[in-house]
Each structure stands twice: as structure tokens, then as C-alpha cells.
Design a protein around this ligand. Structure first.
Ligand code: FAD
Length: 266
């Protein structure tokens, strides 16, 4: 690990000011990715601006019964245990409860996960399927505008995620086939039905989470596991690695989508 300055911010203004005072600062959320990068010397910021003591970045609330708003520093464990989330969008408690292990869930944050945009992370699929938006200290971005590619988002240097908005569907489910060690998604599929208009997002299969239009069209026509089985999944951009080939991941997309629909209909 290289030497760096540390600043514990007390407000978003304080965090922004501190960030701008250094040449190459980084915001620190739960440190689940960032500290590992520093330890492995993959990153060399000159300062870490800790967001952990900014109260208004945490918490969960419903907005006009149509949206759920989650503070950027809310941990996965807080989402998994939240009655508010269970009432509004129960699929999100499943998603959050299936992330990593207890330590990762208690330290890792929703904002940190989305800022990092790991290709196998769970939250990007929820953001896409639930027609979500990321609210920063500068603007509000829809999921498609925010998630740009492999570990890449539309965040500009120093831009701070304040909260994440999710639209409440009439019904939804998230299913993932987990990597057995990390529990990251080999493939995860989030299915959300908005009164007959279905959105489906896939994570783990390609460089970045994406909406799967053929599955959305098939499920909007007929919301059943059978409707999924015959859908062709284009795997030309899918990942092949030690764990799974692109073709295997394409099959998992169908299987996880079918399981999500069965779960919703049970
Ligand atoms: C062993 C292990 C298993 C895991 N398993 C899973 C899994 O199954 N599924 C899954 O989805 N994830 C998984 N994760 C990732 C984990 O869920 C964390 O959310 C993720 O690592 C980000 O960590 P963090 O929230 O602590 O953010 P940090 O590591 O603190 O930050 C990550 C990046 O986001 C930036 N950042 C953080 N917060 C903000 C903000 N508010 N505004 C702007 N930028 C910000 C930081 O500057 C940094 O660049 C796993 C991680 C580990 C270590």
C-alpha cells in the first residue's frame, strides 16, 4: 500500500471541498473494493475522503408509494433487513441478502457498488430492471446513462452519489447463479413487471449489466417460464473465463430468467 492522506468528511460539502484539495483523491465508502485495490497497489490515490460519517447519505425511504430511495452509504445488510424495502420491492431484499458474506454485506454500500460497476455485481441489474436513477451532488442520471461499460460509469471526477432511486414494480424477482467462492454473479437476472410491461436486466454475463430486450418482449407477450425457454440469447459479447463459457452463460440467462418468473408466479 502507498502512503495517502485521510479525511473523514462530516457533510457532502466538506467531502467535495476535501476532494478538490488533492490532486488524485478518492471517496471511501465501505472500502470493500477500494482498500483491496490499494493493498494490491492497483490504485495510488493521494487522499481518501471517507463518506462514513455523513448522516444524510444513509437510509431508505419510500417516495409517493411509486419509488424507493436508498442513500448511497446504505449497506447491503441494511437493505436486506429493511421492512420498508420488503414492503415496497421484496426482490431487493433477496438481492442484497445474497451479496458476498456477512462482512461484505455489513461494510459494502449500494453507492459504492454502483460507482464501481463491477461486471458481476448485483446492483446494476436492479438499477436497470427497476428503471432506476442515480442522484449525485450534480445531477440525476437514468440507469442507461449511468452504467457505461466495464468498471465505467458516467461519474465525473469528484462527483458524489447521494442516493439511488428505484421504481416500484407490480411484481419482481432476482435470481443469480453464484460464483461459489465470492458469490458474485456468474449470471444474475432481474425480472420486473410494471403492469404488463416487463423489464429484464442481466449481470455477470458481459462487460456491463444490460437489459435483455428479447426476454422483455417474450415476457411482455406471455409472462410464463415457457415463454423464456425458446428465446435466443445473443452471446457474441459474453464473457468466457475459467468459470464459464459464453454459451454456458447464455444458457444461464434463460435458466435464471425462467426461475425468476416461476418465483414470481408461485
Ligand atoms: C469477498 C467479496 C465478495 C463480494 N461479493 C459480491 C456479490 O456477491 N455481489 C455484489 O454485487 N458485490 C459483491 N462484492 C462487492 C461489494 O458488494 C461492494 O459493494 C463493492 O466492493 C463496493 O464496495 P464499497 O461499497 O465498500 O465501496 P468502496 O470500495 O469504498 O468504493 C468503491 C469505489 O466507489 C467509489 N465510491 C464509493 N462511494 C461513492 C459515492 N457515494 N459516490 C461516488 N463514488 C463512490 C470509490 O471512490 C471507489 O472508487 C463483494 C466484495 C468482496 C470483497
Amino acid at each position: 500500500m502507498y502512503a495517502f492522506e485521510y479525511h473523514s468528511a462530516r457533510s457532502t460539502d466538506d467531502a467535495r471541498r476535501a476532494f478538490e484539495g488533492f490532486a488524485d483523491a478518492r471517496y471511501l465508502a465501505g472500502g470493500q473494493t477500494l482498500l483491496a485495490s490499494l493493498k494490491m497497489r492497483l490504485a495510488q490515490p493521494d487522499a481518501l475522503v471517507d463518506l462514513g460519517r455523513i448522516p444524510d447519505l444513509s437510509g431508505i425511504r419510500s417516495f409517493e408509494s411509486t419509488h424507493l430511495i436508498v442513500g448511497a452509504m446504505t449497506t447491503h445488510a441494511e437493505v436486506a433487513a429493511s421492512d420498508e424495502v420488503r414492503r415496497a420491492i421484496p426482490a431487493l431484499t433477496t438481492l442484497a441478502g445474497g451479496i458476498g458474506d456477512p462482512m461484505v454485506r455489513h461494510q459494502g454500500t449500494v453507492g459504492g457498488s454502483l460507482a464501481n460497476n463491477d461486471p458481476a455485481a448485483d446492483w446494476p441489474s436492479a438499477l436497470l430492471a427497476l428503471d432506476g436513477a442515480v442522484v449525485t451532488d450534480r445531477r440525476r442520471m437514468g440507469a442507461d446513462d449511468f452504467l457505461l461499460g466495464l468498471f465505467t460509469t458516467a461519474l465525473e471526477p469528484g462527483e458524489l452519489i447521494r442516493s439511488i432511486e428505484f421504481r416500484r414494480p407490480s411484481r419482481a424477482a432476482y435470481m443469480k447463479f453464484k460464483h461459489p467462492a465470492s458469490r458474485f454473479a456468474l449470471v444474475g437476472v432481474f425480472v420486473a413487471d410494471f403492469d404488463g410491461s416487463v423489464r429484464v436486466a442481466v449481470t455477470g454475463a458481459a462487460a456491463c449489466a444490460f437489459r435483455c430486450v428479447p426476454l422483455e418482449e417474450a415476457l411482455t407477450r406471455s409472462f410464463s417460464p415457457d415463454a423464456v425457454r425458446e428465446v435466443h440469447i445473443d452471446d457474441s459479447d459474453f464473457n468466457t473465463d475459467l468459470q464459464a463459457t459464453a454459451a454456458y452463460r447464455a444458457n444461464l440467462v434463460r435458466v435464471m430468467a425462467s426461475r425468476a418468473v416461476s418465483h414470481i408466479l408461485r
